[in-house]
Design a protein. Structure first.
Length: 389
């Protein structure tokens, strides 16, 4: 087990109807808020009106910035930061899923730096010393951004998608009401479930030894998602499986499952390029890439893959050869993703090799990726080819 520091200050407010407490939580911090959201969905469902009512009840002055798209972009972040500076905003309130939350975090860390772009932080030109507080009302269980230290943003100049980690990015509070996910399309729920599992597996498949406690916490989270995702996909309005999925999404990415161990994160970076090049939903990219990554790297440490097969997939690993067990386990994982209604190969998703070279090069802009196995251009190309199916 490696040395670690774990600190997560995000206050989680979970349950039915809790989104109506948003105004009270904001008022504890400020009287001026930037209400940040995506498009019309929160207005169609009535959530927009409920949040505004809660804020106005506490006499909070509200400024709005809509327009967040999947794979949020730097230009909108810069616009939001300008609004915050001009209007002395005291908190950015994100109402939506991971893209909205990531955009809000980027705005919050950019606002105290007039004339600077958040991309300076991504590239290591400088480091922020402060950020505005962020509050969250979560509508989609998936990204775990509601209590994580990361914001993933796409710079339209080159369409480069990258994550930036800093403890300043952790939200002050996150309101999690599974009822708010009841109108999600099944495809979106399925992609969210894969995203949650991938956050766990990025940490689980490690070369760090003697991390049994966090290993078993990872396994429990994975098993819970696999048990509840089918019900949530079938009926997003079924509160209990959706509640399990929403809480699992938070646990998967709040840092606790990575304590004492080194995660990998290559699959995320490889998947980001599919989102950048094709607009592919993040969770879908992971359903395709993660099994291909597993197939490419498993020989580095076969024991952890056999453990995954036994403890997560309930496979009998006693007598079969290790390699046969691992290949079967990867197949079972793909079958599970497919059972949620997702394509599990690039060919099934209608994508060929045309942009492989471009995507491979972008994964290497900051050097080789991954820690379980360092992946260079040749390695990433092989993983894309394995993902073709």
């Amino acid at each position: 087990m490696e040395n670690f520091i774990f600190q997560n200050p995000t206050k989680i407010i979970f349950g039915r109807g809790v989104h109506k407490e948003a105004g009270r939580e904001v008022r504890k911090i400020t009287g001026r808020v930037l209400f940040h959201y995506g498009g019309g969905s929160i207005k169609r469902t009535g959530l927009y009106g409920q949040v505004m009512e809660s804020l106005k009840k506490e006499n909070i002055r509200v400024f709005e910035l809509a327009g967040v798209k999947p794979n949020p972009v730097l230009s909108l972040v810069q616009e939001g930061a300008g609004i915050c500076r001009k209007n002395d905003i005291g908190l950015v309130l994100a109402v939506g899923g991971g893209s909205v939350i990531d955009s809000a975090k980027a705005i919050a860390v950019s606002a105290p730096y007039p004339g600077k772009s958040m991309w300076d932080f991504v590239e290591g030109v400088t480091r922020p010393l402060e950020a505005l507080p962020v509050g969250v009302i979560l509508t989609i269980p998936a990204a775990g951004s509601e209590s994580s230290d990361v914001s993933v943003i796409t710079n339209e100049d080159g369409m480069i998608k990258r994550g930036y980690h800093n403890e300043l990015l952790r939200p002050r509070f996150a309101i999690l009401n599974p009822e708010l996910a009841s109108t999600l399309p099944p495809f979106q729920v399925a992609c969210g479930a894969v995203d949650i599992m991938s956050h766990v597996m990025e940490r689980y498949f490690t070369r760090t030894e003697n991390v049994d406690l966090t290993g078993r916490l990872c396994e429990a989270t994975l098993k819970s998602v696999m048990a509840n995702a089918p019900g949530a996909v079938k009926n997003p309005a079924d509160y209990n499986p959706m509640a399990e999925l929403m809480w699992a999404g938070t646990i998967a990415h709040n840092g606790i499952l990575g304590t004492g161990r080194t995660g990998d994160w290559a699959s995320h970076k490889i998947g980001h390029e599919l989102s950048s090049a094709y607009g592919m939903t993040h969770g879908l990219s992971l359903a395709i890439i993660f099994p291909a990554w597993m197939r490419y790297v498993y020989r580095i440490r076969t024991g952890i893959f056999c453990q995954f097969a036994e403890r997560v997939l309930d496979m009998d690993t006693g007598s079969a050869p290790e390699e046969k067990t691992i290949i079967e386990a990867i197949g079972k994982l793909k079958e599970f993703f497919g059972s949620l209604g997702l394509p599990v190969t690039l060919k099934d998703a209608g994508i060929g090799e045309e942009r492989f070279a471009e995507m491979v090069e972008k994964t290497q802009l900051f050097g080789p990726i991954g820690s379980f196995k360092k992946l260079d251009t040749r390695d990433v190309m092989e993983i894309y080819r394995l993902a073709l199916g």
